[in-house]
Design a protein around this ligand. Structure first.
Ligand code: COA
Length: 324
């Protein structure tokens, strides 16, 4: 089996900013409540004409340029998300066309754990020698499925895309992957209508069932627990200990979830990269966007050992250890 690593990364956020003060004008909330309960100060919002693939292409083109790769050299495209352009065709196929690539592509749905799931899937194709260059993109326009009248969810999410190119490496690379799911918890975080269970109808629209519904408290408890468990499992599988990890890249949902996980793991908080204050929860884009910004800030060097961990709808979770 070949070793697999990250050849390059890219990210894109739409320019429009929605601050907590803006949210105060939309629902019964305050900047103080949002900041103390979540750590979020602002988030990015896509234009009406922008679908997830429009964000994804920007991140993907940057990652291709950073890898010095032409789109035609890609062997596979995997797009993960919860806000695909359409139920079908796959957003990966839309992206393939827009990029001018000729390879196969498919979408992967694993909630906010999407990027870690997609990285693990892509890594298998490279490890076994089937493919060399794989584009993994997390692209989300969550603003399109937020209920802007629901204060308990509308302040949490934002729009973004992040892209990773996977390739074979001689040294370092991914040392472990851990994936998990508990479908019994699916109701805690869902988009009830629009699928085959509840197709769009006058009733589903009038009952606002095409928007995110979430039991925040239970998702919070789940998140803190799996962040700790999945991180420890991935580190152990990599043959490392907590002290070996130079940087933790957690899913950016809530600063209190990250701080609780840091406390439970007994890891200094400054080892956890945080940018949720500026973007909120961008679901499948979040871990890649954090990885990209950590890289730009010089927090990642050759040989750095990085733990990425995510959790989300499904319920799902995932963690991996990467040696840069
Ligand atoms: N502004 C002001 N008050 C708000 C509010 C808002 N935006 N949203 C909720 N509230 C109110 C609630 O109505 C509740 O009022 P009540 O006590 O009168 O009923 C009160 O604040 C406390 O609500 P609670 O849900 O207990 O708050 P919390 O401390 O659990 O924080 C979340 C709420 C959503 C921030 C938190 O539960 C959370 O982050 N959960 C995880 C969500 C997540 O990460 N989801 C994505 C996973 S990928």
């Amino acid at each position: 089996m070949r070793k697999v690593g990250i050849a390059s990364i890219g990210a894109y956020v739409p320019p429009k900013i929605l601050t907590n003060n803006d949210s105060e004008k939309m629902v019964d909330t305050t900047d103080e409540w949002i900041t103390t309960r979540t750590g979020i100060k602002e988030r990015r919002i896509a234009e009406d004409w922008q679908a997830s693939s429009d964000l994804a292409i920007q991140a993907a083109q940057l990652a291709l340029a950073n890898a010095n790769l032409e789109a035609k050299e890609l062997d596979l495209i995997i797009v993960c998300g919860v806000t695909f352009d359409y139920p079908f065709p796959a957003t990966a196929c839309i992206l393939q066309d827009k990029l001018g690539a000729t390879c196969p592509g498919f979408d992967l749905s694993a909630g906010c754990s999407g990027l870690i799931y997609a990285l693990s899937v892509g890594a298998q194709f490279i490890a076994n020698g089937m493919y060399d260059n794989i584009l993994v993109v997390g692209g989300e326009t969550l603003s399109k499925i937020i209920d802007w009248q629901d204060r308990s969810t509308c302040v949490l999410f934002g729009d973004a895309a992040s892209a990773v190119i996977l390739g074979p490496v001689d040294t370092g690379g991914f040392r472990s992957f851990v994936l998990g799911a508990d479908g019994g918890g699916g109701k805690l975080l869902e988009l009830p209508a629009g699928g085959s269970r509840l197709p769009a109808s006058y009733e589903t629209i009038s009952q606002r069932l095409h928007f995110i519904k979430m039991n925040g408290r239970d998702v919070f408890k789940f998140a803190v627990r799996v962040m700790e468990e999945a991180s420890l499992e991935a580190i152990d599988k990599a043959g490392l200990t907590l002290k070996d990890i130079d940087l933790f890249i957690p899913h950016q949902a809530n600063i209190r979830i990250i701080e609780s996980a840091a406390e439970r793991l007994n890891v200094p908080k400054d080892k956890f990269f945080v940018n949720l204050d500026r973007y909120g929860n961008t679901s499948s884009a979040s871990v890649g966007l954090a990885l990209y910004e950590a890289f730009l800030e010089g927090k990642i060097q050759k040989g750095s050992k990085i733990l990425m961990v995510g959790f989300g709808a499904g319920l799902t979770w995932g963690a991996c250890v990467l040696e840069w």
